[in-house]
Design a protein around this ligand. Structure first.
Ligand SMILES: [Zn+2]
Length: 250
């Protein structure tokens, strides 16, 4: 995956932010944080942070007063996280990042509507963010609620219907593939969300096709705290022009 430039922002290599001058827990003391400029760099940074979190050695980078001041005049988040609203899925914590690093959009079951898609498009095109991650998790209550409503034929009350309706296509796909366990269904729902996002957002699809952005689906394990890739649509590169279009989803 390559990243020739950032629409709406400064093109070129990694941007750097000044090292924090003061603060309570300055994890990156003495070093400037090089903001990942490519989908690969952004993904590597997320995995590195998740490893720190999983092993109980978080550094809490970019959470000090110095960095807060440094990013007050502008943001260059290196990843968009479209995650489930589950209270145990706080993106900055599980990826061990701080202020200005992640552009986070969360809904129950990471369901996507116009406001979600518009937020993703803003980050990718205006802020130049090179990676979009759909983040689900095991034992997802939204997926379970949809499964129960579908099995009993009893729709939930109020706007929760919209969440259930958005998950039902994933239930159908799971049934067609013979997947019956909740975590297997979650994986399918994450992959379906990646596909749906690209199918419904011509803007995002164009950014992927142009090689400026990649899209990844990840599943998080509540107990272990680790993320696992379940779907990936790499940015299209000049020497692999069909990469995005032909990417197989889990
Ligand atoms: Zn959930």
């Amino acid at each position: 995956m390559s990243r020739p430039g950032s629409p709406g922002s400064q093109p070129g290599p990694e941007r750097t932010l000044p090292a924090p001058a003061t603060g309570g827990v300055p994890a990156d003391v003495g070093t400037a944080f090089a903001v990942p400029a490519s989908p690969e760099q952004a993904l590597a940074e997320l995995h590195a942070g998740n490893r720190r979190f999983v092993t109980g050695a978080p550094r809490h980078p970019n959470q000090d007063a110095g960095h807060r001041a440094a990013v007050a005049d502008g943001q260059h988040p290196f990843a968009v996280i479209v995650g489930c609203s589950d209270s145990r899925l706080a993106a900055e914590i599980i990826f061990d990042r701080g202020l200005g690093d992640l552009f986070v959009v969360r809904t129950a079951g990471h369901t996507i509507g116009p406001e979600v898609l518009g937020s993703v498009e803003y980050a990718v095109t205006v802020l130049g963010t090179p990676l979009v991650v759909v983040l689900g998790h095991d034992s997802c209550g939204a997926v379970q609620a949809a499964r129960t409503a579908d099995a009993t034929g009893t729709p939930p009350v109020g706007h929760l219907c919209a969440v259930v309706d958005a998950v039902v296509p994933s239930l159908r796909r799971a049934a067609a593939e013979g997947v019956d366990d909740i975590d297997g269904i979650v994986d399918i729902h994450i992959a379906h969300t990646v596909e749906a996002m690209l199918g419904r957002s011509a803007v995002l699809a164009a950014e992927v096709a142009a090689g400026r952005c990649g899209v990844v689906g990840m599943s998080y394990r509540l107990t272990a705290g680790e993320v696992r890739t379940v779907a990936e649509v790499p940015a299209r590169t000049a020497d692999a022009p069909e990469a995005a279009a032909s990417a197989a989803l889990a």
